[in-house]
Design a protein around this ligand. Structure first.
Ligand code: 5GP
Length: 191
């Protein structure tokens, strides 16, 4: 069992509806030493790749992406949830269905921050149905940049996203993959 799986077992809480709450170290309160370890692990797993930028999505991907970026010594760009309708022509955008809230968000990145010659590592906290990841991939495709890999902290292996995104042919590295969880017993099993 790796450091993250141990932490999930210690502090993760299984909620109804296949939701894992990790607010005490990942999604609300942030354990910076754990994030540092996560960053180091992503660096190790993508060591062969020539990554010059990290892309994530607000809000919970940002902290992880920032700590990871320290190891690659590259900038982080995060896709923003667009709040108003007056979206300019200077942005790339995609629609992302929210897993945790029943809504569709338009997410945007200013064109000036992704260029065709960028070699991007995508980072996010969870991979569930893959909606967020598809949105980020679409934005990078619009920019004509290349995707060097995808780093996920927690993949819910019993949902479809992991297979869909791997079938696109990308290197997907998930630091913990959940095989199953049970909100009645609190049991969490990893792959
Ligand atoms: P997807 O787009 O792959 O369906 O879901 C990924 C997004 O939904 C992540 O960015 C994450 O914020 C959220 N998410 C999905 N499942 C969970 C979960 O079990 N727990 C938490 N805390 N967030 C989740």
């Amino acid at each position: 069992m790796n450091f993250l799986e141990e932490r999930i077992l210690k502090d993760g809480i299984v909620k109804e509806g296949n939701v894992l709450k990790v607010d005490s170290f990942l999604n609300h309160q942030i354990d910076i030493n754990l994030f540092d370890q996560i960053g180091a692990e992503f660096k190790k797993r993508f060591a062969e790749k020539k990554i010059n930028k990290i892309l994530t999505i607000e809000a919970s991907g940002i902290g992880i992406a920032v700590m990871t970026a320290k190891y690659f010594d590259v900038p982080v760009v995060y896709a923003k949830k667009a709040k108003s309708k007056n979206i300019s022509a200077d942005i790339y955008k995609s629609e992302v269905k929210s897993f945790t809230h029943d809504e569709i968000n338009t997410v945007v990145v200013a064109k000036q921050f992704i260029n065709p010659d960028d070699r991007i590592l995508i980072i996010d906290d969870f991979l569930a149905n893959g909606y967020a990841m598809k949105g980020l991939i679409e934005i990078i495709e619009q920019a004509g940049a290349s995707i060097e890999g995808i780093g996920i902290v927690i993949e819910k292996g019993f949902q479809a996203g992991g297979k869909i995104i791997r079938d696109y042919g990308y290197q997907v590295e998930s630091l913990a993959i959940l095989k199953s969880m049970n909100h009645e017993t609190g049991e969490i099993i990893f792959e």
